[in-house]
Ligand binder design. Structure first.
Ligand code: I6G
Length: 687
């Protein structure tokens, strides 16, 4: 019986129950299927409790019939007793490394070299991927069953970490095909996502254990655990990118086709990939990914370019231990060493006091850094950072640089410890720290404290809030310092001449700000709620509140019980909302903003025409006129959902220029594809 036929029995499990062997097979298929849907497709098909029930049933059957336990059984993900050591594994085909390039010149030279090597002046098609910051692994599938996993080691031989690799839930223990290759070596990277890394470090802290310095170290430490039960508690992931030995199947003729094949077999492949032509295409991919880098859920340290056609790859061959046909385009280093010249504190919009290290200027990843956050008082103590220390500074994408650690060997004889001030450096109010909070706060509130005022005003005008273009940090600072603006409502009474007379402003830029203010008056309830800057009310909470209450008056009048009925809202957020709306100053502010002309359509009214509800959209590529954010907002406003990946459940894929693998997947799955004009017509028809 084929896997597909067997799975079809899902609707009549009783038939299989009469025969425990069939039942075990059926449970294997069910559990593999649901795990793939959950961990790879990110689309759970059954509730966790249901999955656990099936899992326990299989465990029970296996304990009654131990001879049936196979290596690809879903129960075999968590290994047995700790290993004494890892065995050595010889790689059938060496695991090579890739040469690095750092600059535009390196990329142009790479492309030129390859065109010369191919004796063909036509533009080369490259498969472009991400260079994950993890560990290279070889997975050996024999007759479709994961049989061995080995680290790269020195490229010729690595360590057998099969027992730990089995704990990676997104990896199939058995390939999803009826006709697997007799032997397949899948190569790729094991990594830890940023969010899983943060959770792991939190658990380490709670248990009083040493934290990991970065996700790569955490992944390496977890993979090299002799006790696989510990590995199983850490969320490792895998992305495939290459092939070693293969028997009993025809290897696809291009790198892209290889990754597509892997995807069909159920092996995780990163969606963030593209085919690009020539050096210009490579630089474009690098620029795209650099811009996205800080928003990716995992850390990368560059991108990889490979000649896409395998036949051309073979023609180009290898130089020493690296393929000539591939290049890793690395991001500039993002850590540097410098000296702490002082530690000041900064006051945020909620009054949070953040210690900030003032540093001797240092270039980190091409940007000069002079300040780095130390997060809070406890962090300064935990990391034991003192004034005069030499420290490692890290800059991750466009996030504020942070001090990672001090360098003990370089600590001078005299260093000064940081002392948390007792009064706010901006308004002089006392600084207090609630017992259950890591953060100390200025008690001045935004009426007294100019720093809180500036922060709150900047939040109000920010892109995802009221989106008032042109009201940047320097302008808001002047407006607050000159006492022209105290509350957000004051923005809407600004005169052209007042703005034009400020530093670095002229009539034209002042007019632009006035126009942007006017435009911002037409907003949405969710944006308005978010713009109010209520503590713990981020964008998604604001959306939930808007969806639930429909209009602001209902939200302002809600009691705790009513607020707690909102999706994903707990007692902390409920208290913040109640406190905020109970404050007469906040109520006055809302009235003033409405009087100044700020308005939105109540969600109740919109809901009557929520014609895209139940539909899921994926937006990919560059649309000719709309930004992706704007298209997403229009879809959401019409009741549709916007998702990040394409599946059978996707209703429409909206594709612009340079749409890559998502478009291909949509074509493969037969999902309807719209261009920007098509989306606008659909929205219009549904309105
Ligand atoms: O295609 C690839 C993507 C990412 C790679 C790769 C990679 O490292 C994170 N590394 C190697 C060694 C190879 N291809 C061959």
């Amino acid at each position: 019986m084929s896997q597909v036929d067997l799975f079809a029995q899902a609707s009549s499990p009783e038939t299989a129950a009469s025969d425990w062997r069939s039942r075990v097979n059926w449970l294997h298929l069910q559990l593999h299927h649901h795990a793939h849907a959950y961990y790879v497709l990110d689309q759970p098909t059954i509730p966790d409790a249901e999955y656990d029930k099936l899992f326990r049933e299989l465990e029970q059957l296996e304990s009654e019939h131990p001879e049936i336990v196979s290596v690809d059984s879903p129960t075999q993900r968590v290994g047995g007793a700790p290993l004494p050591h890892f065995d050595q594994v010889q790689h059938a085909v060496p695991m090579l490394s890739i040469n690095n390039g750092f600059s535009e010149e390196d990329i142009l030279a790479f492309d030129k070299r390859l065109r010369e090597g191919l004796k063909n002046d036509a533009q080369i098609d490259y498969a472009c991927e991400l260079k994950f910051d993890g560990l290279a692994i070889n997975l050996r599938y024999i007759n479709g069953v994961l049989t061995q996993a080995a680290t790269r080691g020195d490229g010729s031989a690595g360590e057998d970490v099969t027992i730990n690799i089995r704990t990676i839930r997104s990896l199939p223990l058995k390939l999803r095909t009826d006709h697997p290759p007799t032997l397949l070596d899948v190569r790729g990277e094991v990594l830890m996502f940023k969010a899983d890394f943060a959770k792991l470090n939190q658990r380490q802290r709670d248990a009083g254990q040493k934290e990991f310095a970065n996700p790569r170290n955490a992944a390496a430490g977890s993979l090299r655990q002799l006790d696989s039960k510990i590995t199983a508690q850490r969320q490792l992931r895998f992305f495939a990118y290459g092939i070693g030995e293969c028997e009993g199947a025809t290897i696809p003729d291009s790198h892209t086709a290889l990754l597509d094949w892997y995807q069909q077999l159920g092996i995780p492949v990163c969606e963030e990939r593209a085919i690009k032509s020539g050096a210009a295409g490579l630089l474009e991919f690098f620029a795209d990914i650099s811009a996205k880098r800080s928003h990716l859920p995992y850390e990368i340290d560059g991108v990889i370019y490979k000649v896409n056609q395998h036949q051309q790859q073979q023609q180009l061959g290898f130089v020493s231990r690296a393929p000539r046909f591939a290049l890793a385009h690395k991001f500039p280093a993002e850590e540097a060493i410098t000296v702490v010249q002082g530690i000041d504190v900064q006051v945020g919009r909620t009054g949070a006091i953040t210690p900030v290290a003032r540093l001797a200027p240092v270039s980190v990843g091409g940007v000069t850094v002079t300040n780095a956050t130390l997060h809070n008082e406890d962090e300064v103590k935990r990391k034991d950072i003192r004034i005069g220390d030499t420290v490692i500074v890290r800059r991750a994408g466009d996030v504020i640089p942070e001090v990672v650690s001090y360098v003990p060997e370089r600590r001078p004889a005299t260093v000064t410890e940081f002392v948390m001030p007792t009064a706010c450096p901006v308004c002089g109010s006392t600084i207090a720290r609630a017992e259950d909070e890591a953060v100390a706060r200025c008690s001045g509130g935004w009426i007294k404290c100019a720093a809180q005022r500036k922060g709150g005003l900047l939040h109000f005008v920010s892109r995802r809030a009221m989106d008032i273009e042109g009201l940047g940090e320097q302008l808001v600072e002047q407006l607050v310092d000159k006492e022209i603006v105290t509350t957000p409502a004051d923005f809407y009474h600004l005169e052209l001449s007042t703005l034009a007379n400020l530093d670095r402003m002229a009539k034209k830029s002042a007019q632009n700000v006035i126009d942007a203010l006017e435009k911002s008056k037409a907003t949405t309830l969710a944006r308005f709620i978010y713009a109010l800057g209520i503590r713990h009310v981020g964008e998604s909470t604001a959306k939930e509140l808007a969806r639930h209450f429909g209009n602001l008056d209902a939200l302002m009048a809600a009691n705790e019980e009513q607020i707690l009925a909102v999706n994903d809202i707990g007692p902390v957020v409920a208290t913040m909302l109640l406190q905020f709306f109970a404050d007469p100053l906040n109520r006055t502010l809302i009235t003033q903003l409405r009087k100044a002309g700020v308005y939105w359509q109540d969600v109740e009214v919109v809901q009557q025409s929520l014609s895209l509800s139940g539909m899921t959209f994926v937006i990919t590529g560059t649309l000719p006129n709309l930004k992706r954010d704007e298209a997403a907002q229009m879809i959401e406003a019409a009741g549709g959902k916007v998702a990040g990946s394409v599946s059978k459940k996707t209703s429409y894929v909206v594709a612009g220029e340079e749409a890559g693998s998502k478009l291909e997947k949509a074509q493969e799955l037969g999902v309807t594809i719209l261009d920007e004009a098509g989306l606008l017509i659909l929205l219009e028809q549904q309105a």
